[in-house]
Structure formats: structure tokens, C-alpha cells
Ligand binder design. Structure first.
Ligand SMILES: [Zn+2]
Length: 406
């Protein structure tokens, strides 16, 4: 199977994950694709190809003779699609792109608009795989799976191409933040790895946010409004006061690149009790710590003003920037850049404004930068991937695993 056939086959499986599920994988249907993937790896001749009870698929390709001493490299992708948009009954179409809008559904006038899609003009003359406008496509991350598998199949069939041992791991539930939860890092056996789960061709990511959640609980004092003078402490108004003391321009709506933020994502209450839920994000560890300190200082100030324990702040660190874990292994980045350039693609380092499973694995001892898949507009009906990008990424992965050691 070539990479395009493979990709089209995988997107025909509905593998939507579910953030409200307590099971692993969060949806049993992911295991249907998982079983298929394990069977394919086994047919290609990989070793120990299997899906475990949690729906994780693992296998490895032995080193070619003479390369047994090369550290094992892992390649990781995820099979689930985002809960945010339907992923059942995907009807992919391959269209030759000649410029202008791409019409997905003529009747409902659903299209990818050239004037709203900054990347689209770069693909004039290429072949885009698009949806019919009613579902997402699933290039996130079935493109990653198809690219890794096609590269492995090529290597298994061409023993003259020299490489160390290569481990492959396909996870469920990445889109609901649980892809790394039950990843068997020890059993995987790789010294280093790459996730193939990024966006446009050439993207290379190894920096993500440091992340914390903050819950601010305000304990007010409710008195009949007719006799409340000098006595009522309205928790709702105190909540607004707290929010108003945070820097107004440091929100997601005012920041990009390496700029961090405070994001109020939920607020609920009455005069007696009001709760504000924040997420706090910053790539820079010192600035991240300073943001948490700012919230503590506001809490202390309001407690001095209104009485002890009026405001209770609870901070929880969620994940950290993987850069600190990648920096001792910068050859991973140099090697990825060389692999892109050898395929004629100029690599671009992009800071992730979020987290990744690779970031979590990096903190579990498996340094794990993220490579592009070539897909665009993830998690929606306008998702697409140029067929040429799928093919390029196979070439990039082949360059990567064969690249000179350090
Ligand atoms: Zn993804």
C-alpha cells in the first residue's frame, strides 16, 4: 500500500475519543483500528507486533546488521480523532488544486476559503485530500500513522537501507489528553523518539507551554440587601475584583508566539460563594513561576482587605515545557532538520501553544520532539492534507532513521 491508500483506509475507521469516558481506551471503537494496525505491522515483518489491553499498538523493526549498537529510535502517532467534531463516515476526496476556494459541499456552500486560509495558496498545483464538509478528515493523526507505517514497510522490504532498531507506538486518546497515560515507556525500549503529530509540512516542535490550573474560591458573606451596609461581602463582586487585578492584556486573545497568559475559563457563583477557574500558561519557566506568584499576591492582598480566608487559591501544575528535556539531546533537532532538508523541505521551529503527549513522555525519560504530518486545519470540516505532503513525510522519516548518528 502506498501512503495515500493507507491514509484513506485509516480515515474510514471512526476512532473519535471521548473526554467523558472513564474507560481506556475512552471509546472501544478505537480498538478496531488498533487491531488492524497491529496486523499490518505483523504482516510487514515487524517483531512483537501487538495491541495491548488498553488499545496501545507496539512493534519494532530490528537493526540492520552492523547497526545493533545504534540507540533505538521510537516513532509515535495517535489513532483517535478529536471529540470536537464528527469523525464517523468520513468521505475523503482527492482534488487537484488550481487555486481559489475549495468547495466541499456545493449545496450547503461549505468551502475552504482561499482568502481565509493563509496556507492554501502554497498548494496550487498539488492534490489535496479534503472532506465532504460534514466531518473532520482525521489527518490528525492518521496521516502520522500512515507515514510511519509506509516508511517502516519500505525499510522492512529494503534491508540494504541501514538503520538501528526502530520502535513504533500508536496510542489511543491523545485528543483527550490521555495518550501518554498508559504508554509503556520501558517496554517500548526506545532511547529517543519523535511524535509525528504536527501540522504543515516542515514544522518541527520541541517547546510547549508550562501549564498550571488555578481555582479561586471566594467566600463571601450574604446579608439581606436591605440591611447589608458595611457588612455584606458579595463573593461575585470580589471575584470580579480578583479578575480585574490580573494584567488585562495577558489573555489568550491578546497573545501569541512565546507570550504567556492567564485564561479565565469558568466562573460561577452567588453572593456567598464564587469560584473562578483559570489556566496559566508560559513557555518560560521563570515567567510561569512569576505568574503563579502574581495570583498568590492578589490573593494575599484581597485577604488583607476583606479578612483571612475570604479568597482561597489552589494552584496545580499540569505539565512542563519539554524543551528542558530535549536540550541535553539537541542532536534530535539537528537530525530532524537534516532529514527535512535532505527531502527538500525547509524546517521551521514552531513553539507549541499547548501541550503534547511527547512533552509528557519527555518527562518520563523518553525525549520526544514533534514532527509535521503535513495536515492543516485540524479538528474541523476544513481539515485537509496535500497528498504530496504525505509522500514527503515518508521520505523525511526514511532520512531520519537512516541519518548519521550524532
Ligand atoms: Zn494530533
Amino acid at each position: 500500500m502506498n501512503v495515500i491508500e493507507r491514509f484513506l483506509k485509516y480515515v474510514s475507521f471512526d476512532t473519535q475519543s471521548d473526554e467523558n469516558s472513564k474507560t481506556c481506551p475512552t471509546t472501544a471503537k478505537q480498538k478496531l483500528l488498533g487491531a488492524e494496525l497491529a496486523a499490518e505491522l505483523s504482516q510487514m515483518g515487524l517483531q512483537n507486533a501487538h495491541m495491548d489491553a488498553d488499545g496501545y499498538v507496539y512493534a519494532w523493526l530490528p537493526a540492520t546488521p552492523g547497526c545493533e549498537g545504534v540507540p533505538c529510535m521510537g516513532l509515535i502517532a495517535h489513532m483517535d480523532t478529536a471529540p470536537a467534531f464528527p469523525g464517523v463516515n468520513v468521505k475523503p476526496r482527492l482534488v487537484e488544486y488550481r487555486g481559489g476556494d475549495v468547495i466541499l459541499d456545493a449545496e450547503k456552500d461549505i468551502r475552504i476559503r482561499a482568502d481565509e486560509d493563509e496556507a492554501l495558496p502554497r498548494y496550487v498545483g498539488q492534490h489535496l485530500i479534503v472532506t465532504d464538509g460534514s466531518t473532520l478528515l482525521g489527518a490528525d493523526d492518521k496521516a502520522g500513522v500512515a507515514e510511519i507505517f509506509t516508511a517502516l514497510e519500505h525499510l522492512a522490504a529494503h534491508p540494504e537501507l541501514k538503520h538501528g532498531r526502530i520502535a513504533v507506538g500508536i496510542t489511543p486518546d491523545e485528543e483527550v489528553g490521555r495518550g501518554a497515560d498508559r504508554f509503556d515507556v520501558a517496554g517500548f525500549g526506545a532511547a529517543v523518539a519523535y511524535t509525528v503529530d504536527g501540522g504543515e509540512l516542515g514544522e518541527l516542535e520541541y517547546e510547549n507551554f508550562n501549564a498550571a490550573g488555578a481555582t479561586v474560591t471566594i467566600h463571601g458573606l450574604n446579608i439581606h440587601p436591605g440591611s447589608a451596609k458595611n457588612r455584606m461581602k458579595n463573593a461575585l463582586l470580589l471575584g470580579l475584583e480578583f479578575a480585574g487585578m490580573l494584567p488585562a492584556a495577558e489573555t489568550p486573545a491578546h497573545t501569541d508566539g512565546y507570550e504567556g497568559f492567564y485564561h479565565l475559563q469558568h466562573m460561577e457563583g452567588d453572593e456567598t460563594t464564587t469560584v473562578l477557574d483559570y489556566i496559566v500558561r508560559d513557555h518560560d519557566k521563570a515567567k510561569f513561576e512569576a505568574r503563579k506568584e502574581t495570583m498568590k499576591r492578589i490573593t494575599a492582598y484581597l485577604n488583607a482587605k476583606y479578612g483571612e480566608d475570604t479568597v482561597v487559591l489552589e494552584l496545580r501544575d499540569q505539565y512542563y515545557n519539554m524543551k528542558a528535556q530535549i536540550e541535553p539531546h539537541m542532536y534530535l533537532i539537528h537530525r530532524a532538520k537534516a532529514a527535512f532538508r535532505k527531502a527538500g523541505v525547509e524546517p521551521r521551529e514552531v513553539p507549541i501553544r499547548g501541550g503534547t503527549d511527547g512533552a509528557r513522555l519527555s518527562y518520563e525519560g523518553l525525549p520526544c520532539p514533534n514532527l509535521s504530518t503535513g495536515g492543516l486545519n485540524f479538528h474541523g470540516r476544513q481539515e485537509y492534507i496535500p497528498a504530496e505532503s504525505l509522500e514527503k513525510m515518508v521520505e523525511v522519516l526514511l532520512n531520519l532513521v537512516q541519518a548519521e548518528e550524532r
